[in-house]
Design a protein around this ligand. Structure first.
Ligand code: THU
Length: 157
Protein backbone atom coordinates (compact mmCIF):
# COMPACT_ATOMS: atom_id res chain seq x y z
CA UNK A 1 0.00 0.00 0.00
CA UNK A 2 1.20 3.47 -0.79
CA UNK A 3 -0.46 6.60 0.36
CA UNK A 4 -1.00 9.95 -1.35
CA UNK A 5 -1.99 13.06 0.54
CA UNK A 6 -3.33 16.01 -1.37
CA UNK A 7 -2.76 19.52 -0.09
CA UNK A 8 -4.51 22.71 -1.15
CA UNK A 9 -2.22 25.66 -0.44
CA UNK A 10 -4.18 28.73 0.62
CA UNK A 11 -2.73 32.13 1.40
CA UNK A 12 -5.00 33.99 3.77
CA UNK A 13 -4.72 37.67 2.91
CA UNK A 14 -6.14 40.89 4.16
CA UNK A 15 -7.39 43.49 1.74
CA UNK A 16 -4.32 45.70 2.21
CA UNK A 17 -2.04 42.82 1.21
CA UNK A 18 -3.44 42.60 -2.34
CA UNK A 19 -1.65 44.01 -5.35
CA UNK A 20 -3.52 46.80 -7.14
CA UNK A 21 -4.49 44.38 -9.95
CA UNK A 22 -5.84 41.86 -7.42
CA UNK A 23 -7.69 44.60 -5.58
CA UNK A 24 -9.32 45.84 -8.80
CA UNK A 25 -10.45 42.30 -9.65
CA UNK A 26 -11.89 41.84 -6.15
CA UNK A 27 -13.82 45.12 -6.54
CA UNK A 28 -15.26 43.88 -9.84
CA UNK A 29 -16.39 40.60 -8.22
CA UNK A 30 -18.02 42.52 -5.36
CA UNK A 31 -19.69 44.86 -7.85
CA UNK A 32 -21.00 41.86 -9.83
CA UNK A 33 -22.86 40.61 -6.72
CA UNK A 34 -25.17 43.62 -7.26
CA UNK A 35 -26.24 42.18 -10.62
CA UNK A 36 -27.07 38.77 -9.17
CA UNK A 37 -30.64 37.54 -9.60
CA UNK A 38 -31.23 35.52 -6.46
CA UNK A 39 -34.86 35.90 -5.33
CA UNK A 40 -34.93 32.34 -3.97
CA UNK A 41 -31.72 31.99 -1.99
CA UNK A 42 -31.08 35.72 -1.42
CA UNK A 43 -27.43 34.75 -1.67
CA UNK A 44 -25.75 37.07 -4.14
CA UNK A 45 -22.56 35.84 -5.77
CA UNK A 46 -20.30 37.70 -8.19
CA UNK A 47 -17.31 36.50 -10.17
CA UNK A 48 -14.73 38.47 -12.15
CA UNK A 49 -12.29 36.91 -14.60
CA UNK A 50 -9.25 38.74 -15.90
CA UNK A 51 -8.37 37.66 -19.43
CA UNK A 52 -5.03 37.90 -21.19
CA UNK A 53 -6.52 40.34 -23.74
CA UNK A 54 -6.88 42.98 -21.01
CA UNK A 55 -10.63 42.50 -20.64
CA UNK A 56 -12.23 41.59 -17.32
CA UNK A 57 -15.56 39.81 -17.61
CA UNK A 58 -17.98 39.41 -14.74
CA UNK A 59 -20.89 37.13 -13.95
CA UNK A 60 -23.38 36.62 -11.18
CA UNK A 61 -25.69 33.85 -10.07
CA UNK A 62 -28.94 33.78 -12.02
CA UNK A 63 -31.65 31.78 -10.32
CA UNK A 64 -34.81 30.29 -11.76
CA UNK A 65 -38.15 29.14 -10.37
CA UNK A 66 -37.17 25.71 -11.71
CA UNK A 67 -34.10 25.62 -9.46
CA UNK A 68 -31.67 23.53 -11.55
CA UNK A 69 -32.20 25.85 -14.51
CA UNK A 70 -30.36 28.63 -12.69
CA UNK A 71 -26.60 28.96 -12.68
CA UNK A 72 -23.78 30.07 -10.41
CA UNK A 73 -21.76 33.27 -10.75
CA UNK A 74 -18.55 31.47 -11.70
CA UNK A 75 -20.19 29.56 -14.53
CA UNK A 76 -22.06 32.58 -15.83
CA UNK A 77 -18.71 34.44 -15.93
CA UNK A 78 -16.61 31.67 -17.49
CA UNK A 79 -19.18 30.74 -20.11
CA UNK A 80 -19.65 34.40 -21.00
CA UNK A 81 -15.88 34.78 -21.34
CA UNK A 82 -15.69 31.67 -23.53
CA UNK A 83 -18.63 32.80 -25.66
CA UNK A 84 -17.45 36.40 -26.11
CA UNK A 85 -13.68 35.97 -26.24
CA UNK A 86 -12.96 32.44 -27.44
CA UNK A 87 -9.32 33.27 -28.19
CA UNK A 88 -8.59 34.87 -24.82
CA UNK A 89 -7.11 32.90 -21.95
CA UNK A 90 -7.89 33.22 -18.25
CA UNK A 91 -5.35 34.88 -15.97
CA UNK A 92 -7.10 35.23 -12.64
CA UNK A 93 -10.50 34.89 -11.05
CA UNK A 94 -12.15 36.54 -8.04
CA UNK A 95 -15.37 35.40 -6.38
CA UNK A 96 -17.38 37.36 -3.80
CA UNK A 97 -20.75 36.85 -2.13
CA UNK A 98 -23.25 38.83 -0.10
CA UNK A 99 -25.85 37.22 2.09
CA UNK A 100 -29.49 38.23 2.63
CA UNK A 101 -28.39 41.08 4.91
CA UNK A 102 -26.51 42.61 1.98
CA UNK A 103 -23.17 42.25 3.76
CA UNK A 104 -20.19 40.50 2.26
CA UNK A 105 -20.02 37.00 3.74
CA UNK A 106 -17.62 36.75 6.66
CA UNK A 107 -15.72 33.77 5.31
CA UNK A 108 -14.80 33.39 1.62
CA UNK A 109 -17.18 31.23 -0.43
CA UNK A 110 -15.44 28.45 -2.33
CA UNK A 111 -16.88 27.60 -5.77
CA UNK A 112 -19.22 24.60 -5.90
CA UNK A 113 -18.06 21.35 -7.49
CA UNK A 114 -19.67 22.03 -10.87
CA UNK A 115 -18.03 25.48 -11.02
CA UNK A 116 -14.64 24.02 -10.12
CA UNK A 117 -14.94 21.56 -12.98
CA UNK A 118 -16.09 24.30 -15.39
CA UNK A 119 -13.31 26.70 -14.40
CA UNK A 120 -10.77 23.90 -14.69
CA UNK A 121 -11.60 23.53 -18.37
CA UNK A 122 -10.48 27.12 -18.97
CA UNK A 123 -7.37 26.70 -16.85
CA UNK A 124 -6.46 23.71 -19.01
CA UNK A 125 -7.10 25.77 -22.12
CA UNK A 126 -4.84 28.54 -20.78
CA UNK A 127 -2.01 26.04 -20.36
CA UNK A 128 -0.96 27.61 -17.06
CA UNK A 129 -2.23 28.04 -13.53
CA UNK A 130 -5.03 30.54 -13.02
CA UNK A 131 -4.95 32.52 -9.79
CA UNK A 132 -8.05 32.43 -7.58
CA UNK A 133 -9.16 35.03 -5.03
CA UNK A 134 -12.09 34.05 -2.80
CA UNK A 135 -13.38 37.12 -1.04
CA UNK A 136 -14.71 37.29 2.49
CA UNK A 137 -15.37 40.35 4.64
CA UNK A 138 -12.51 39.62 6.99
CA UNK A 139 -10.10 37.71 4.83
CA UNK A 140 -9.36 36.72 1.26
CA UNK A 141 -8.21 33.25 0.25
CA UNK A 142 -5.60 33.26 -2.48
CA UNK A 143 -5.16 29.94 -4.25
CA UNK A 144 -2.49 29.37 -6.88
CA UNK A 145 -4.69 27.49 -9.34
CA UNK A 146 -8.09 26.03 -10.09
CA UNK A 147 -6.69 22.51 -10.08
CA UNK A 148 -5.56 22.93 -6.48
CA UNK A 149 -9.27 23.25 -5.62
CA UNK A 150 -10.21 20.15 -7.57
CA UNK A 151 -7.64 17.41 -7.06
CA UNK A 152 -8.13 14.16 -8.97
CA UNK A 153 -10.27 16.01 -11.47
CA UNK A 154 -11.64 14.45 -14.59
CA UNK A 155 -9.99 16.25 -17.47
CA UNK A 156 -9.71 13.88 -20.41
CA UNK A 157 -11.04 10.67 -21.90
N1 THU B 1 -23.74 29.94 -5.94
C1 THU B 1 -22.84 30.53 -6.79
O1 THU B 1 -23.17 31.44 -7.55
N2 THU B 1 -21.57 30.04 -6.78
C2 THU B 1 -21.14 29.01 -6.02
O2 THU B 1 -20.02 28.55 -6.18
C3 THU B 1 -22.01 28.45 -5.00
C4 THU B 1 -23.42 28.88 -5.02
C5 THU B 1 -25.11 30.42 -5.98
C6 THU B 1 -26.11 29.41 -6.53
C7 THU B 1 -27.39 29.87 -5.89
O3 THU B 1 -27.95 30.88 -6.71
C8 THU B 1 -26.96 30.49 -4.57
O4 THU B 1 -25.56 30.73 -4.68
C9 THU B 1 -27.23 29.62 -3.36
O5 THU B 1 -26.69 28.36 -3.52
Amino acid sequence: MTRKDILTPIEVLHRDELTSAQSALVDKAIDATRRSYAPYSRFHVGAAIMLDNGVTVTGSNQENAAFPSGTCAERSACFYAGAQYPEARFQSIAVAARDASGELVTQPIPPCGACRQSLLEYEKLAGHDVDLLLVGRNEIYHLPSVHSLLPLAFTSF
